[in-house]
Design a protein around this ligand. Structure first.
Ligand code: PMP
Ligand code: GLU
Length: 400
């Protein structure tokens, strides 16, 4: 008999590693230690002032009551217009469901499509919460491993080989968290051709980093008409408009899936914060100017970190094409000892060592499905990045 009130569902759930490392970093900082956080993936910029003004106005205009469950019609219309103007995708307002962040949309999309035992194909490395969300829905994650040698991208052949009669969903992010990899149009088309042969499989396409792409324009897998109806497109305001705390995201999908998500939200969270939604309308109506400014800063920092990371003995990195992460291979340190004699067994040990000894917060790759790596977010000020990489180099040199 169970000795705890906590459900098996939650007992079997892992804590989010990104949030855990961020919490540990904050705790150490609260003790007076000068910790540099490269753990949480969030822009270090402030929300644009025109967006904040819209939120203040929303309060004054008394947008303080329950909103429609899938979001205000004006916000859903602004999203439809954005998807057309920026992504050349046609959606109707009834196909958009606004939520408390892309995280909720992802979780809802899985809960509304997965029956117990259904398989979800996830290329690794993947964002920490994907597999845990699948577990919560009693689905089974099936991983396709990729490494730095292929720039962490999968091939159509690998996708085909992972498909079984139980496959229900495929889910991925491009630009990818944690690797920064970006699938170009030809690569997406090749994957779409595989899905054409398997009309029972749906695709969750997480495009939250769409604007942080250093190589090309963003391409969505929803652009291929033969599979568009099966794509559940996820996006949000956190990264593009530096609005992580506002909790505003959405999905765009077939009317059937959108209606199911509306029903689920109606029984769980209801419509998300009315003020955040009014701010979201202003964000989209205001265009891309601030997003592009942030991208310039991220482009500069990417070069900076790349050059510093390449200089650290034992660390192998590529040059990520998008998002604001590096995911270097640090497996050469496994089996080495820190000055206190503790053996570094895996990426989680290394992340803890870097936090406690180097005072930089990172996240071990194990929670992204690839233990040989570590994730560094470069959404931090340039001087902090220089100092963090200096500390990392010094701390790693202490391992013998
Ligand atoms: N998808 C990916 C790939 C992410 O990195 C994140 C983290 N912010 C999310 C979704 C969730 O974003 P939101 O803040 O909109 O919940
Ligand atoms: N998506 C961000 C990250 O990967 C935010 C933290 C989280 O929600 O996991 O760090």
């Amino acid at each position: 008999m169970s000795t705890t009130i906590i459900s098996e569902r939650i007992n079997n759930l892992s804590e989010s590693a990104t949030l855990k490392m961020t919490k540990l970093g904050r705790e150490l900082a609260a003790k007076g230690v000068d910790v540099i956080s490269l753990s949480v993936g969030e822009p270090d910029f402030n929300t644009p002032s025109y967006v904040k003004e819209a939120a203040k106005k929303a309060l004054d205009d008394n947008f303080t009551r329950y909103s429609p469950v899938p979001g205000y019609p004006e916000l859903r219309k602004a999203i439809v217009e954005k998807l057309k103007a920026e992504n050349n995708l046609d959606y109707d307002v009834s196909q958009i469901v606004v939520s408390t962040g892309a995280k909720q949309s992802l979780s809802n999309a899985i809960l509304t499509t997965i029956n117990p035992g259904d398989e979800v194909i996830i290329p690794t490395p993947y964002w920490v919460s994907y597999s845990e969300m699948v577990t919560l829905a009693e689905g089974k994650s099936v991983f396709i491993n990729s490494t730095i040698e292929s720039d962490f991208k999968i091939t159509p052949e690998e996708l085909e080989a992972a498909i079984t009669p139980k496959t229900k969903l495929f889910m991925f992010s491009s630009p990818c968290n944690p690797t920064g990899s970006v699938y170009n149009k030809a690569e997406l088309e090749a994957l779409a051709k595989v899905f054409e042969k398997h009309p029972e499989i749906y695709i969750i396409s997480d495009e939250i980093y769409e604007h942080i792409n250093f190589v090309d324009k963003h391409e969505s897998i929803a652009q291929f008409p033969s599979i568009k109806d099966r794509v559940i497109l996820i996006n949000g305001f956190s990264k593009a408009y530096a609005m992580t705390g506002w909790r505003l995201g959405y999905l765009a999908a077939s009317k059937e899936i959108a209606a199911a998500n509306d029903k689920l939200q109606g029984q769980t969270t209801s419509g998300t914060c009315s003020i955040a939604q009014r701010a979201g309308i202003a964000a989209y109506e205001g265009g891309l100017e601030t997003v592009l400014k942030m991208k310039e800063a991220f482009a500069r920092r990417r070069e900076l970190v790349y050059n510093l990371l390449k200089e650290i003995p034992g660390v192998k990195t590529n040059l990520p094409e998008g998002a604001f992460y590096f995911f270097p291979d640090i497996s050469s340190f496994f089996g080495k000892k820190d000055p206190a004699g503790n053996v570094i067994k895996d990426s989680a040990d290394l992340a803890l060592y870097l936090l406690n000894e180097g005072h930089i917060a990172t996240v071990g790759g194990d929670s992204f499905g690839n233990n040989n790596y570590i994730r560094l977010s470069y959404a931090a000020a340039d001087d902090k990045l220089v100092e963090a990489l200096k500390r990392m180099k010094a701390a790693l040199a202490e391992l013998i």
